[in-house]
Design a protein around this ligand. Structure first.
Ligand SMILES: Cc1cc2nc3c(=O)[nH]c(=O)nc-3n(C[C@H](O)[C@H](O)[C@H](O)COP(=O)(O)OP(=O)(O)OC[C@H]3O[C@@H](n4cnc5c(N)ncnc54)[C@H](O)[C@@H]3O)c2cc1C
Length: 319
């Protein structure tokens, strides 16, 4: 299909994009990777009079460490996020999520900022962004403000990004010792979108119980959400399969699951439980491994039973 006619404007800088957005107001739409906006325009579900392309703005596709967070520029593509060594090491949930988005072409063009700003109910990132308690930085002509993930998603295709604002950065926390994370999704077979997607972040406490847990869900209802009933049922509990199964039965508690040609409401509710369980189980296994690796890598702290520093452990072979 052919979109309604529009005027294309290519911004050379963020300031120029903000100026154009301020001038055209509601009649303008930002264009990033175009992999959601252009299909919407072709289906005439969106008909902006002005399209402001930020794809050529330099310096908005970084991924860098800042304090105890990783800062990701809004124009970082899904492929960049998936391949980032920094994220793989320090916040592996995001690359794991990005690697499951669409196909290679979509991942090479689509951006993290575009995906979050679009707020498709079947998009992958939102589940992980919620589980990570990420922060979104938006900028307008009058400055920047931070929106926490819990407040960011308002409803189907609606976010807290206000008129005249551009999403410029996403901030995610660096993984702590003993923390495990995983994203599991039920792919829609044609597009790859999440019919249901679950992102879990867990931390095992010193008594071996689940100390902290965050479970973000996408695809289930008109907006992504934190499955707080399931989280509450597991917090402080032993991580055994019965507790996980019982808690995950609550993964869609309090939400109205969508019903469409891909999945009925009942099926989505059931799959929410299944994929929440898979994500939590994978995150727990990784949490245990992460704690063990961190412990093994601490050199000075380890003492032998006679109080003297233990001999350095050699990796691999047991003696
Ligand atoms: C065939 C196909 C399969 C796909 N499969 C998946 C999938 O499996 N999982 C998934 O999550 N997604 C999937 N997508 C969507 C894809 O990830 C898009 O790239 C993404 O949703 C939008 O990013 P974009 O950069 O292309 O944004 P655009 O299409 O350029 O923009 C999307 C919307 O966000 C606004 N916008 C863009 N950037 C900003 C910004 N920085 N600040 C404010 N507003 C902004 C635009 O105005 C527009 O309204 C698929 C898309 C296609 C075409």
């Amino acid at each position: 299909m052919i979109p309604a006619s529009f005027e294309y404007q290519s911004a050379k800088s963020l300031d120029e994009a903000l100026r154009l957005l301020g001038r055209h107001g509601d009649e303008a739409k930002i264009l990033a990777g175009g992999h959601s906006l252009l299909p919407m325009m072709k289906l005439r579900l969106a008909a902006p009079r002005y399209v402001i392309d930020i794809g050529h703005v330099k310096g908005l596709d970084y991924i860098r460490e800042e304090g105890n967070q990783i800062a990701i520029g809004a124009l970082a593509t899904h492929a960049q996020v998936a391949a980032s060594e920094l994220l793989r090491e320090k916040c592996p949930l995001l690359p794991e999520t990005a690697a499951q988005i669409g196909d290679m072409q979509v991942r090479n063009r689509g951006t993290i900022g575009g995906s979050l700003a679009h707020a498709d109910p079947a998009a992958d990132y939102p589940a992980s962004i919620l589980a990570l308690d990420a922060e979104m930085i938006v900028q307008s002509g009058s400055g920047k403000r931070t929106i926490r993930a819990a407040e960011f998603f308002v409803d189907l295709l609606q976010t807290e990004i206000g008129p005249g604002e551009i999403l410029v950065e996403v901030r995610v926390p660096i993984r702590r010792v003993g923390e495990g994370m995983a994203y599991c999704k039920f792919h829609q077979p044609a597009s790859g979108f999440a019919t249901v997607g679950a992102a879990a972040r867990v931390r095992i406490s010193s008594d071996g119980k689940i100390g902290e847990i965050a479970l973000g869900m996408t695809g289930v209802s008109s907006k992504p959400y934190r499955a707080t009933a399931a989280e509450k049922a597991l917090r402080g509990k032993k991580a055994d399969s019965e507790s996980i199964e019982a808690a995950c039965a609550k993964a869609a508690q309090g939400v109205e699951p969508l019903s469409d040609i891909f999945a009925s409401s009942e099926y989505r509710r059931a799959m929410a439980g299944v994929f929440a369980r898979r994500a939590i189980s994978a995150a727990l296994a990784r949490a245990g491994n992460h704690a063990r690796i961190e412990e093994a890598e601490k050199p000075a702290a380890r003492k032998s039973s006679n109080g003297k520093p233990a001999a350095k452990r050699t990796k691999g072979k047991r003696k």
